[in-house]
Design a protein around this ligand. Structure first.
Ligand SMILES: [Fe+2]
Ligand SMILES: [Fe+2]
Length: 272
């Protein structure tokens, strides 16, 4: 298989030419007050809510297509399908989302995000009522959530074209999550040291530190991305369907990747 440049190289070029890192940092620098922090975390937490579901659905969609992902080198017919192996490399990113690393403590990243919002609210001395009043437009995130459902093609994952577009979307989301959380961590440490110090000392459910939500995401995303990249390589290698050429599938993955970068820009405009 020779598509000119391999996927990883191609993605790095897209990320660097998009200048998304600088854009994200510039947007995050606009957080100026404790009240801003609360607003930011509420929106950012809601924005992140949908991803694990999208990843799980995407993994399921690949898993259920043994008919189009097969290793033709395998001589034993019942061992030919590779769909579960591809799905495993996609679901890797979602496994972290639903539990801690030993899997028995079912603290989800969503729960950690909720604790962060609650903590930020307390830090800026907002009562629950004042918070509810400030954010009476409780539905303003639904457009973002819909964009993520659309990006992951949750309504059309039976369609091979959409599976590959969604895979590209997923790849970019993992690649950019690393950039985004590291930028956030840097800017919080620099501009809000008292907040960071307190969030590192206070614990939420199962004694997990409030700041753990951010700290975790500054490291796990590199692996999430690496595994999703392997999933894409395998999906291209083992595709045996007749709907698309491998060159077309490669292009669909890149299209999905570009789509997420644009989505990330829209999202940061909304966060602001
Ligand atoms: Fe997460
Ligand atoms: Fe991730």
């Amino acid at each position: 298989m020779d598509f000119g440049k391999n996927l990883a190289t191609q993605f790095e070029e897209i990320v660097s030419s998009s200048a998304i890192d600088g854009y994200i940092r510039q947007k995050l620098e606009c957080i100026r007050s404790d009240q801003d922090l609360t607003t930011f975390f509420r929106r950012f937490a809601l924005y992140n809510l949908a991803f694990p579901g999208g990843v799980a659905m995407l993994a399921g969609a690949f898993h259920m297509r043994p008919d189009i992902f097969q290793d033709k080198q395998e001589s034993f017919i019942d061992n030919m399908d590779r769909s579960s192996e591809i799905a495993s490399h996609i679901i890797f990113a979602a496994e972290d989302e639903f539990a801690t690393s030993n899997r028995k403590i079912r603290v989800t990243h969503r729960m950690m995000a909720q604790e962060m919002v609650k903590f930020a609210k307390g830090f800026s001395n907002l009562s629950d009522d004042a918070f509810a009043e400030s954010f009476s437009e409780l539905t303003d995130y639904q457009e973002q959530a819909l964009a993520i459902r659309n990006g992951y093609r949750v309504y059309s994952l039976e369609n091979e074209r959409d599976m590959f577009l969604a895979l590209g979307f997923h790849l970019a989301s993992e690649r950019l999550a690393d950039i985004e959380f590291n930028a956030l961590s840097d800017i919080l440490s620099r501009n809000f040291p008292a907040f960071v110090k307190a969030a590192r000392q206070v614990s939420g459910p199962q004694s997990i530190r409030i700041y753990g939500w951010i700290a975790t995401h500054t490291t796990v995303e590199v692996d999430h991305y690496a595994y999703s990249l392997r999933a894409a390589e395998m999906a291209l290698e083992f595709y045996t369907g007749e709907m698309h050429t491998k060159q077309e599938l490669y292009g669909l993955i890149l299209d999905g990747f570009h789509e997420f970068i644009q989505h990330q820009r829209n999202m940061f405009e909304w966060l602001q």
